[in-house]
Ligand binder design. Structure first.
Ligand code: PLP
Length: 500
């Protein structure tokens, strides 16, 4: 163990002495292994107030070097108490956690190498592994060979790139001339369902398309984009002199994992010559299952597709794969070779800096390569299938319990539900009471520290939302959260359970 006695004085120049680094690394490795092994016993979310963590830390940077033992002690004592343990197997918020041992190891090695995947020459293995991993993923997803991939950090950034290419495809030369002060360029319009992710609006903001030019198309009771509403919106915009540009179809929406009718949307895109971007950030993982591949029907006609292995394919944050049909167009949109990289850029046909706004790029492919190899495509599929089974099991418990209502079909591994407690004397609480109760229930469950949920709103109803996605989650964790919800419901509403 590393104690203050066996540490040498911190060096004036250079880095930590090698022996000290080795000891520190072993210590960190042991901590990570212990953390992973005992994470189940931790309180998931801290019971602290905003500012509590900052209050425990010095507000000015240290003038003198601080020994690693002290830094590590503060990490454990001052930082960890403010961490939400996303990797806890009863953390069911958002889209669960994709932490895996192989992913952690990959991140550690990435940190050690710290190379930048700008051009092939800046790190040939990083570039070639990125191409290879994207090819493996393409095969696993069953995407056509026509698609070329690029890795970004997130789906939010991927959609910026997809829409930038769509904008370039219009032929208005927005790359060179921008959009402002050009009366000859009509207002661009982008369409997405009212269930689609907010990152589309952020992309429109970023690209000068404008937030209000993302038209939200109704999805109705099924949470799937209404195709006739889409057609009417496009027609109305055309009549108004606007320029319909792109449609975003979602496979696995954030709230309910609903799937838009991609094939019908693709037909409309063909008819009106619009760019089709498919947001399969979460739902794309279903394509690894023969029984899930039908959900991607129509994706083969897309111009761009994003899939996030950091959402359900067990690669830790961050790793988002964008596939485009026309890599040349993406390249034409972003390629800009500064003089000092000209020599590098001439070395290979694929320099990833040409396909996006980032120059410096992490070697993300390494962790994905390690995860895919560690589990194999069969192992990945088996885990996804298990998550779907667990989500359905949870929904079946709710279905059998008159105090709960499942609010959306369970198509993937997310369950949206609410408590509908029976009041003694048989009548149900009013809708607004139910919304308040269900919001408070999510808060109450999370306050216990034993499980973690998030919420959403569906057709005006506040829903609790449980997402299974962690390789460590088992039936026992589902039972824990189910019992907690029932216990907290009784506590919040003492008359729950009185009528059946
Ligand atoms: N698309 C969908 C359907 C999502 O659910 C999310 C995030 O939850 C995103 C895109 C944005 O993902 P990221 O966090 O990778 O930007």
């Amino acid at each position: 163990m590393l104690g203050s006695n066996d540490e040498q004085d911190p060096p004036e120049l250079g880095d930590m002495p090698p022996e000290e680094f080795r000891k520190a690394l072993h210590r960190v490795a042991d901590w990570v292994a212990d953390y992973r092994e005992s994470i189940d016993a931790l309180r998931i979310s801290p019971d602290i107030a905003p500012g509590d963590i900052t209050a425990g830390l010095p507000q000015a940077p240290p003038d003198a070097p601080v020994p690693f033992s002290e830094i590590f002690r503060d990490f454990q004592n001052l930082i960890i108490p403010g961490i939400v343990h996303w990797g806890h197997p009863a953390f069911f918020g958002y889209f669960g956690s994709t932490t895996t041992s192989a992913g952690i190891l990959g991140e550690m090695l990435m940190g050690a190498l710290n190379v930048s995947t700008m051009t092939w020459r800046t790190s040939p293995a990083a570039t070639e592994l990125e191409t290879l991993v994207l090819e493996w993923l393409r095969q696993m997803l069953g995407l056509s060979r026509d698609f070329t991939g690029v890795v970004y950090d997130t789906a939010s950034v991927a959609v910026v790139h997809a829409l930038a290419a769509a904008r370039e495809n219009l032929g208005v030369d927005a790359r060179a001339r921008g959009l402002c002060g050009r009366p000859e360029v009509p207002v661009l319009r982008v369409y997405a369902s009212d269930q689609a992710h907010s990152s589309i609006e952020k992309a429109a903001i970023t690209l000068g398309i404008g937030q209000q030019n993302v038209r939200r198309v109704s999805s109705g009771a099924t949470y799937r984009m209404d195709i006739s509403a889409l057609r009417s919106a496009i027609e109305e915009d055309l009549r108004g002199g606007l320029l319909p540009t792109a449609v975003i179809a979602t496979v696995g929406t954030t709230s309910t994992t609903s799937v838009d009718p991609v094939d019908e949307i693709a037909a409309l895109c063909r008819e009106y010559r619009l760019w089709l971007h498919v947001d399969a950030a979460y739902g794309g993982a279903m394509a690894l299952l023969p029984e899930g591949r039908h959900l991607m029907k129509g994706v083969e006609a897309a111009d761009s597709v994003v899939v996030n292995p950091h959402k359900w394919l067990f690669v830790p944050l961050d790793f988002s794969a964008l596939y485009v049909r026309r890599a040349d167009l993406l390249r034409a949109t972003f390629s800009l070779v500064p003089e000092y990289l000209r020599g590098d850029a001439e070395q290979a046909e694929r320099n990833y800096m040409d396909y996006g706004i980032q120059l410096g790029r992490r070697f993300r492919a390494l962790k994905a390569w390690m995860v895919i190899r560690s589990f194999g495509s069969q192992g990945l599929a088996t885990r996804i299938r298990e998550h779907i089974r667990l989500a359905r099991l949870f929904a079946s418990w709710l279905d059998a319990d008159a105090q709960f209502e499942v609010l959306a079909p369970v198509t993937m591994a997310v369950v949206c539900f609410r408590a509908v407690p029976h009041v003694v004397g048989s009548m149900l609480a009013l809708d607004e009471d139910l919304n308040g109760l269900n919001s408070r229930l999510v808060e109450a469950v999370n306050r216990t520290g034993q499980a973690y949920l998030t919420h959403t709103t569906l057709n005006g109803h506040v829903a609790m939302r449980l997402a299974v996605g962690n390789v460590l989650t088992t039936e026992r964790h589902l039972a824990t959260v189910y019992d907690l919800i029932k216990r907290e419901a009784v506590r919040l509403l003492p008359f729950v359970g009185g009528s059946h």
